[in-house]
Design a protein around this ligand. Structure first.
Ligand code: EPU
Length: 424
């Protein structure tokens, strides 16, 4: 709900939280699996679905296009496309979240046409779609743009050799799905290699697609115009961004916290930074345990495409750096609007110098003061919740619908490890 807020009592720097936090299915994986339903002849089943607002939005959009979406168990959904899929994505839902752009390719491949608005999502930079448009053109599509509405059509699409100017995650997923339904061979160069892309490729292959190279920077798709046939459910992988963000929370507020149901091997570079920062942690194949870490040290952070430190964990990490001794440097290389939230951390008492839209210094240790603030986007919103827990006194975080877009029932899960946080 638009006017809900979190009221949080800070721990005043005490490392007091303890217990287990299980990680949910990955938002940026499951949304693409929902989109993949359009490529199938029969229904697909998706397991380990997190209850987040972006799933509600995606379900509404798919229903509008003619996909039957049904909940089939506590965390399972069945998606069944009708014989013909709508081609018009216009409307406020598509504008409200970035993943809507991923629908364009499968609809174009299946129906030969798609109309859509420029996608929205978190305000973290320009977020152009030129890689998508250029790739569709290479596959034989015509593109018309009026007033930030795109109309893409093609009599016949064909496989193509495409070089991405930048390894965009959603463009990689979109073009991989598009090419699966186009006869002929498509080679995508300089693509992203996030684990969510591998999960999607594996699922498409289980339904009859022929995709190789996912997880590397070159993907080859041998497409066919027959729809895929679902044989096994899609198991949503654990959310590595959630796991990493909870690990940061544990490092600054935890006495002994175990983050379960996750994949530490997806967070190698982050955990390397933890080592350098003096965080006391241990891992198993599917958990990270963080113990009382009294003396955190400054560390330089550079965000990068996978397997580097994810840009989506940059803002929680900044909170950790305010509690580390010395001067740390943050270099945000992926987006150019993703450091603005640092001004709010400075108002809480952090010692922050923003050099330019990509670079900032943080010096610590500084105590933080509770404040009333607005969550500017999903990830910075969670960073404010963590900062509020570190701070002295009460904080109020507004605009929490931003946080609900990507984190299931966050307040209850934080309360389970002892945090004092209420939704009002
Ligand atoms: N870019 C272009 N042209 C394009 C597409 C992207 O120049 O056509 C640029 C972007 O402006 C950005 C860079 O490429 O500078 C990388 O962006 P990318 O396309 O990889 O990001 P995305 O696919 O829009 C996904 C996640 C983001 C995550 C980024 C980077 C989804 C729905 N979103 O976005 O997640 O930060 O990859 O890993 O998968 C979030 O979950 O909070 C979130 C923002």
């Amino acid at each position: 709900m638009e006017n809900e807020k979190f009221v949080i009592q800070g721990l005043e720097g005490q490392r007091a939280l303890s217990g287990k936090i299980p990680v949910r299915g990955a938002k940026n994986a499951v949304l693409k699996a929902f989109v993949a339903s359009i490529l199938f002849e029969n229904g697909i089943r998706i397991d380990n679905v997190p209850f987040i607002q972006d799933i509600v939005s995606m379900s509404e959009l798919l229903k509008h296009l003619g996909v039957n979406v049904e909940q089939a168990g506590e965390k399972s959904f069945l998606l069944n496309p009708s014989e013909s899929i709508g081609t018009d994505l216009c409307g406020d839902i598509a504008k409200s979240f970035r993943s809507s752009i991923v629908l364009t390719g499968p609809i174009l491949a299946r129906e030969g046409k798609v109309t859509f608005p420029h996608p929205g999502g978190c305000v973290i930079g320009e977020r152009p779609i030129d890689v998508f448009l250029e790739s569709f053109k290479k596959m034989g599509a015509d593109i018309d743009v009026h007033d930030r509405q795109y109309i893409i059509s093609a009599d016949k699409l064909h496989g193509a050799e495409i070089v991405f100017k930048i390894p965009s995650v959603t463009a990689t997923e979109t073009l991989m799905m598009t090419a699966a339904l186009i006869p002929g061979k498509t080679i995508l160069h300089n693509v992203a290699c996030e684990p969510e892309i591998v999960a999607l490729a594996d699922f498409l292959n289980s339904g009859g697609a022929d995709i190789s190279g996912a997880g590397s920077h070159t993907i080859i798709i041998k497409g066919s115009d027959s729809l895929l046939k679902s044989k096994e459910p899609y198991e949503t992988p654990p959310d590595r961004i959630e796991a990493g963000s909870f690990a940061v929370l544990a490092a600054v507020c935890g006495k002994d916290i175990e983050i379960t149901d996750c994949r530490p091997d997806h967070l190698k570079v982050l955990l390397h930074a933890f080592d350098n920062a003096g965080v006391d942690f241990g891992i198993t194949e599917n958990s990270i345990r963080i113990k009382f870490s009294p003396q955190l040290k400054a560390v330089d952070i550079k965000t990068h495409e996978y397997p580097g430190i994810p840009t989506d964990i940059q803002s929680p990490l900044a909170v950790l750096l305010t509690q580390a001794t010395g001067r740390s440097f943050i270099f945000e290389t992926v987006f150019e609007g993703r450091l603005n939230y640092l001004n709010e951390l400075a108002r809480m008492g952090a010692d922050v110098t923003i050099c330019d839209p990509h670079r900032a210094f943080i010096s610590g240790i500084t105590p933080l003061r509770g404040r009333e603030m607005e969550s500017p986007d999903l990830r910075a919103g969670l960073a404010f919740v963590i900062a509020a827990l570190v701070a002295k006194g009460e904080s109020i975080v507004h605009n929490i619908y931003n946080i609900d877009r990507g984190y299931e029932n966050i307040e209850e899960r934080l309360r389970d490890v002892g945090a004092n946080i209420k939704r009002i």
